[in-house]
Write a protein that binds this ligand. Structure first.
Ligand SMILES: [Zn+2]
Length: 381
């Protein structure tokens, strides 16, 4: 065990900026102590935190993987937990889970989709993920659960665009709930959001580029307790790259602003991926800092944006051992220069990162060594 103490540091504990300066000690077992600076003689390896802020390690609630080094890239940027929203085959996901270096992974495995939508055309998309009936949806959810999925991801398209129909989507959600799993629905058009909500999806990811979602839908999402992971980084990249005049990033930002004003739960996620053919390439790790900036531009306070990537993300996905700085929790920690509660851009100024109490080498290497995943891993949307 390596005891480390960060001394005289400002602390954002996942919920609030604590008053004054603090000494925070931890090892590989847990965060041990959070005490006013100078109360106790600091012990173990000392890290001077003066002028810096200590945060819980960040959580990116929408990531895809094609290589092991992406876990390390996330950790270097302070993202200590990655919620994978579509990666296969299962052997590759299992290897990522036990990689032992970089961000800690949760995964849905391969998402469920309809055979007529764009996802069915992704090279290597697993045929057993294409569902057209309630019975097929139930069988697919059972397979994902048996593979160890932490939640179920469902691709919902607007009616007529080849996604699962309402009955199929509802059966998937109910089957997931029956085995204690939450459902995350990809919904990037307003009509798809409506279908996903009617199907009972717990979490919706992406926000429409085709129109602002209307007040009734904002109310339904908020009062129904649905969580939204907007992936503004991906929506901005998509709007820029597709060049379709019918799609605008303004709609995505306006929708997040309306959801925030209505009190909806918003969780930070980027859709980081490097899959060929995706509308926008989103870098693992650094993109979460872009997402935080975009959330603030959409009306969240810096404090709310930080909560969306720490305690709120942890609560949404029942990660009760992280997302806050509190004795007994995992020592997933990020030390940054300055104060991101007053200037969100400060999260980019990473001094140190610890995953489970272990220091991450934050120096970016010139070579991007891959951990050698099995053949043809994939992940998208
Ligand atoms: Zn995605």
């Amino acid at each position: 065990m390596t005891l480390t103490t960060v001394t005289s540091v400002a602390v954002f504990d996942g919920t609030d900026l604590l008053d004054g300066a603090w000494d925070v000690s931890f090892d590989e077992s847990a965060i041990i102590g959070v005490t006013p600076a100078g109360t106790n003689p600091p012990a173990g390896r000392i890290v001077d935190g003066a002028g810096a802020t200590l945060l819980p390690g960040l959580i990116d609630a929408h990531v895809h993987f094609s290589a092991h080094h992406q876990l390390r890239a996330l950790a270097r940027s302070g993202v200590t937990t990655a919620l994978d929203m579509g990666t296969w085959p299962p052997l590759f996901v299992a290897a990522l889970r036990t990689a032992g270096a970089g961000a800690d992974l949760r995964s849905c495995g391969a998402p469920l989709a309809g055979p007529g939508g764009p996802h069915a055309d992704i090279p290597g998309f697993p045929a057993d993920s294409l569902v057209t009936t309630a019975e097929e949806a139930r069988r697919c959810v059972a397979r994902r659960a048996a593979e160890g999925a932490d939640y179920i991801k469902l691709i919902v398209e607007r009616p007529g665009a080849g996604g699962p129909d309402l009955g199929t989507a509802t059966a998937a959600v109910e089957a997931a709930h029956a085995v204690g799993l939450r459902t995350v629905a990809h919904a990037s058009h307003t009509a798809a959001v409506k279908l996903a909500v009617r199907a009972g999806a717990d979490v919706l990811t992406h926000v429409p580029l085709d129109t602002d979602i209307d007040h009734d839908l904002v109310r339904t999402l908020t009062s129904g307790g649905h969580v939204v992971v907007p992936t503004l980084t991906m929506m901005r990249g998509t709007a820029n790259n597709l060049g379709d005049p019918a799609l605008s990033f303004d709609h995505a930002r306006n929708t997040v602003a309306a959801l925030h004003q209505a009190g909806a739960t918003i969780v930070a996620g980027t859709d980081a991926n490097d899959a060929p053919g995706v509308p926008a390439k989103v870098l693992h790790g650094s993109s979460l800092h872009d997402e935080l900036t975009l959330l603030v531009e959409a009306g969240l306070s810096p404090l709310e944006a930080l909560q969306s990537a720490t305690s709120v993300a942890a609560s949404t996905f029942a990660l009760h051992d992280r997302g806050r700085i509190r004795p007994g929790l995992r020592a997933d920690l990020l030390l940054v220069t300055g104060n991101p509660v007053t200037d969100i851009a400060a999260t980019r100024h990473v001094q140190s990162v610890w995953t489970d109490g272990e220091a991450v080498d934050t120096a970016k290497r010139s070579c991007t060594s891959s951990g050698g995943p099995p053949a043809e891993p994939g992940g998208r949307d």
